[in-house]
Design a protein around this ligand. Structure first.
Ligand SMILES: Cc1cc2nc3c(=O)[nH]c(=O)nc-3n(C[C@H](O)[C@H](O)[C@H](O)COP(=O)(O)O)c2cc1C
Length: 190
């Protein structure tokens, strides 16, 4: 791959919020996860674990649990308040109908491992986009990870924490306009 096509992948990646129901094969999910593991890690620790959830019943139950928890947390988190109508709507799905959820996880209270997992997450997101798949980083799931049984239901190991829950799927609705970004503020120390 030339640098130009790699830049193109970065420049055209967008969050997808609508998915077709077609499944993503386990082989493809495994390939994305393997590419995620090529990210750098502090002292080469590779502290992560991964789970991949494609069980629709589980995703549907977790969707309901997440919405309920976020509604409970609305008073604490004013930035969520504009989402209240969506969270109250039965038809709103926090996973946007995606057929798979990959959960990157690391040992609890290991702050360095969190950084490692986030680097792995970006690898996975870009690799998915390069293969024509859409992704969405699921902050909603992070915010609801204290719901009893939720982490277990999505394959998080005992004594591990969720760092990067990412839905993956085929989308007809990936925004085509380039991401809007503020110019970087750079301090040049010449
Ligand atoms: C840590 C993090 C959490 C996010 N959580 C959510 C989420 O819960 N739901 C959602 O629809 N998008 C979520 N996103 C996607 C962002 O809203 C999105 O990346 C941002 O609006 C920029 O758009 P772009 O990804 O298309 O460039 C999250 C992104 C990050 C990095």
């Amino acid at each position: 791959m030339s640098d130009i096509s790699f830049d193109h992948v970065i420049r055209t990646r967008r969050t997808a919020r609508s998915y077709r129901s077609d499944p993503v094969s386990e082989a493809l999910l495994a390939e994305l996860i393997e590419l995620a593991t090529l990210a750098p890690t502090a002292v080469a620790a590779q502290p992560w674990r991964f789970s991949a959830v494609s069980n629709r019943e589980v995703l549907s139950q977790v969707n309901v649990q997440v919405k309920r928890r976020l509604l409970e947390k609305l008073p604490e988190w004013p930035f969520l308040q504009r989402l209240q109508p969506s969270l109250e709507s039965e038809s709103f799905n926090v996973f946007y109908g995606a057929p798979a959820l990959v959960v990157i996880q690391c040992p609890q209270r290991d702050h360095v491992a969190v950084m490692d997992c986030l680097l792995a997450a970006e690898n996975l997101i870009l690799a998915a986009h390069a293969r024509g798949l859409g992704t969405c980083f699921m902050g909603f799931v992070l915010m609801a990870q204290d719901v009893a049984g939720l982490a277990h239901a999505i394959g998080v190991q005992e004594s591990y924490q969720i760092v990067a829950p990412i839905v993956v799927g085929y989308s007809d609705a990936i925004p085509q306009d380039p991401p809007k970004r503020k110019p970087a503020e750079i301090t040049w120390m010449r």
